[in-house]
Design a protein around this ligand. Sequence first.
Ligand code: NAD
Length: 482
Amino acid sequence: MAKNYKMYINGEWVDSSDGGTFEVYDPGNGELLGTVPIATKEDVDKAFVAARAAQKEYALSPLKDRMDLCYRISEEILKRKEEIATMISREQGKTYDDSLYEVGEVALNFDMSARNFQRLDGEIITAYDGDMRMILTYEAYGVYASITPWNYPILQASEYIGPAMVTGSCGVAKPASPTPLSMLLLAECMESAGAPKGVCNIITGPGASVGEAMVTHPECDLVCFTGEDKTGARIEDIVGLKKCIMELGGTGPSIVLDDADMKKAAQQVAEGAFYNNGQVCCATERVLVQETCKEEFMKELMEVVKTYKFGYWNEPGIRMGSMNSEKPVQKVEAHLKDGLEKGAVILTGGKRAEGMPSNLYFEPTVVDNVTKDMLLYRDETFGPVIPISTFTTDDDAIEQANYNGFGLIMSIFSNNMKRTNYITRRLVTGGVNVNISSGYWEAELPFGGGGGTKSGYGRMGGLHILKEMTYTKCVFVDFNGC
Ligand code: NAD
């Protein structure tokens, strides 16, 4: 039954100060799930003032206390994993198994942050005078704004909140408007784990108003943003000198060389493209196949694609749920239309599925003859589509993979390590997955965009995000005379 949800500010559950709300729907069947507050400027202000007030004391609290808090939050999440996973599936559309996986990763992010912080290498440097030392420490950055997308409703936010909580930063997190409800369950977990008030505030509302008020707020020191490149660029324009972490899009170009294991390459390509309906930043959105092996690869691929079943998130045996909302479906349709007008050929799928509980189910799609002039090649499609292009030489593959300016994760399928190494060194990307789908990652992986690409900068994961969310302090000590 639909419920009226509240935001979590300074340890209290509150409505918007002007009573404004928006509605959240289950994309899989169109059912209304609830109403959620639209934070006003005043609410944003309250949340940042609360975070600032909490932060000074929190940053100086014993590290052990902050670690224990993270462990307790992780436990609370795992205790409620079925409920949280159900909420993710209901507001996002993904399968229950995929949501359970997301919840596990969220719990892990709190646990891992707590375990990792002491492993950061603080350095002690000998000064010119041997009785002097320089000691480097990692300090809480201060007050952060976390703004995250709808494809992983709580995972992306936990990648910032967990590290902040252990390193001593406090902040304000805003989920995307199609998927705010599971973040409010995360707030409940933080509350029952005993998080001090103000340490993490969760507010809701549109990016253009609430998001911009957050990142420009005078009490916000650090912007943690995961989302589209265009939104990232807009934020950079308005925040001035604040530090930003920018985790943006990608197109997961996957290069299939003629010496690859074709069956494995086809399986991995399909998984990378169809997992979460392709609504993943590192999804396989471009497949570059060597001309000499195209026939063999395509035969394997078309067999694998037939095995992907989709349906409402709790149907047994499905691997794909509904897409998240009308907007991403329309983007997929626009990209396919553009491709067809320019000579692409749909081999399977290519349209919304009929007879489903909503019209947001899209058939797993393979489209051939994709060329540089098409949106399918140039932009993120962010849907269950495998666009096929070909290349002749390894240098041609490299040029094509780098072509559209995104560089998050790229894949190479090959059994020839010399060729693989040659290509790897020339790809401009934050990560290269060899013989694994571009969509594969692990929590400790330093995840983020390659130099100068539209995929952004900064590194998530493991020790790396702890460094991103702290600043280095150098303490110069003269032991002479002590
Ligand atoms: P989006 O940029 O539209 O929105 C992301 C968040 O920003 C939302 O919470 C939104 O409300 C907020 N927002 C929108 N406009 C804003 C503004 N002007 N100021 C401040 N905040 C604003 O992206 P989306 O459609 O929600 O998500 C999909 C995108 O996210 C894709 O490009 C995908 O590749 C990317 N993504 C990247 C990663 C990564 O780790 N690199 C992970 C997941 C998703």
